[in-house]
Design a protein around this ligand. Structure first.
Ligand code: 5AD
Ligand code: SF4
Length: 459
């Protein structure tokens, strides 16, 4: 039976069941989870937060660092007891990056696991469940999609006006520390016309007003189709009803002049760019196979800031890469001072079997890595605190995306175009619903991580 046949069946044909899903890792995985939930909804599954209530339990896994791996293995182990208690009446499956590279072994090792789906097989979930509920067990689908084209339709299961749009998959870069090229395969892009039609549909029918275009390296989008990322951005910028365009992740080596110009000209492009630098040392960057220097990176920042006034830059940094000397580490500290990032994700190097860095010599010991990470994070918080004081007294537009508690008091929470979080009290008549509205607020105070504001108006 084809997926489409399964999905087109009336949900009433399927018994009501509950699905519990735990997602680890990056936005790509969260996006895949949404896809899976959308397929499952058509098969009469409703999401639940309670494992004990679930008929189907899924893990969407991440292999990028050891910590996420360990959390997954321990939670998977715990489900053995649950399956025993429920007399095997539940189905357990693994998706995502670990499933892609270790699916076969996982099924051999964990007898209570029913299936493993690789990263290219997410859309096969209806077929796999059909087979499982027909009595099959131990299914592994871990091949990569061999077709040359990449074509999908974005699935939305949430109420918010924000949507993640996968524009490409895979990665060809082989940074020496990174497992992603092995778990997600080679780069493949969707066609511009398909992405544009997809977003138009979401704007018209799902109330989407903000999109985040997703790919491991969006700057090499479209290469195989003789299309480019700046061309895509220009087309998406023209979609009526769409307000804000974000994208992630960019590789500095591929950030073209056209893309820098786009930041100066496209009105809907967010005032934020995530541009992972990984290290401030040229010798470490070479060992990481990043193919740019710190000077080239800092030059990109200067040109971006020149083109789009007010753009803020965030980054990823790894400390304790194999062979990282004190001097090399200090180069990263120095780069942090010069780059003045708005925030960073920082990590201790994690040894991933199968990557080139795994085999390198002189791995710094964990104590050194922890010390280096702490010093880096303390410096970044101080820089961040300083940068964010500059917001105080200014007005900002936010998309309200929830309610947070500040010192025990409920406040609205919103995110700015430059990706900063602001908490604020609503208008005096608290009954005015602000969720998912764009509002103007005046910033009254700020810390390194979030700001407080006063509501001015709905905009
Ligand atoms: N160890 C530590 N951090 C890593 N990242 C990727 N692989 C590793 C690894 N082996 C980080 C990089 C990347 C982010 C998503 O995860 O900084 O940009
Ligand atoms: Fe990993 Fe480098 Fe590809 Fe990013 S660009 S996914 S860090 S190999």
């Amino acid at each position: 039976m084809l997926n489409s046949d399964l999905e087109n069946k009336d949900p009433i044909d399927y018994p009501k069941r509950n699905v519990w899903i735990k997602t680890f890792g990056c936005q790509m995985n969260y996006h895949d989870t949404e896809r899976v939930l959308s397929h499952l909804r058509k098969l009469n599954f409703l999401p639940t937060d309670d494992k004990n209530d679930a008929d189907l339990l899924l893990f969407n896994t991440c292999a990028v660092r050891a910590l996420a791996n360990m959390k997954f293995y321990s939670q998977l182990g715990e489900l053995k007891v649950l399956k025993k208690q429920k007399k095997s009446n539940i189905v357990i499956g693994v998706l995502g990056c670990i499933s892609q590279i270790e699916g076969q072994e996982l099924l051999k090792k964990y007898k209570h696991l029913d299936f493993a789906l690789g990263t290219d097989m997410v859309d096969q979930i209806p077929e796999v469940l059909y087979r499982i509920y027909s009595g099959e067990s131990k299914i592994v689908l871990d091949s990569f999609d061999k077709t040359s084209a990449y074509s999908i339709e974005t699935k939305i299961t949430h109420q918010s006006p924000q949507a993640f749009i996968n524009i490409m998959k895979g990665c060809n870069n082989f940074c020496t520390y990174c497992i992603v090229p092995y778990t997600r395969g080679r780069e493949k892009s969707r066609l511009i016309k398909e992405v544009v039609a997809d977003i138009q549909r979401l704007v018209e029918h799902n109330g989407i007003a903000e999109v985040t275009l997703l790919g491991q390296n969006v700057n090499s989008f479209g290469k195989e189709n003789q299309e480019t990322f700046p061309e895509l951005l220009a087309r998406v910028n023209q979609i009526a009803g769409l307000r804000l365009i974000r994208y992630t992740t960019s590789h500095p080596k591929d950030l073209s002049d056209e893309l820098i110009n786009a930041h100066g000209t496209l009105s809907k492009l967010a005032l934020h760019l995530h541009l992972p630098v990984q290290s401030g040392s040229n010798t470490v960057l070479a060992r990481m196979n990043r193919k740019y220097t710190r000077e080239a990176y800092l030059d990109l920042l200067a040109r971006l800031r020149d083109k789009q006034k007010g753009i803020v830059i965030s980054s990823d940094i790894i400390v304790g890469f194999p062979g990282e000397t004190d001097e090399e580490y200090e180069d990263t500290i120095d780069l942090l001072k010069q780059a003045r990032f708005d925030f960073i994700f920082s990590f201790k190097f994690s040894k991933r079997p199968g990557t080139q860095a795994y085999l390198m010599e002189d791995h710094p010991d964990d104590q050194i890595k922890s010390k280096r990470l702490k010093k880096l994070q303390d410096l970044q918080l101080a820089i961040q605190n300083e940068i964010r004081q500059e917001m105080v007294g200014k007005t900002m537009q936010l998309l309200v995306d929830g309610v947070g508690k500040i010192e025990g008091k409920k406040k609205w929470k919103g995110r700015s175009s430059c990706n900063r979080i602001v908490h604020f009290d609503g208008p005096p008549e608290q009954s005015v619903p602000l969720l998912y509205k764009w509002v103007t607020v005046k910033i009254t105070s700020s810390t390194a991580l979030s700001a407080q504001g006063e509501f001015i108006s709905i905009c």
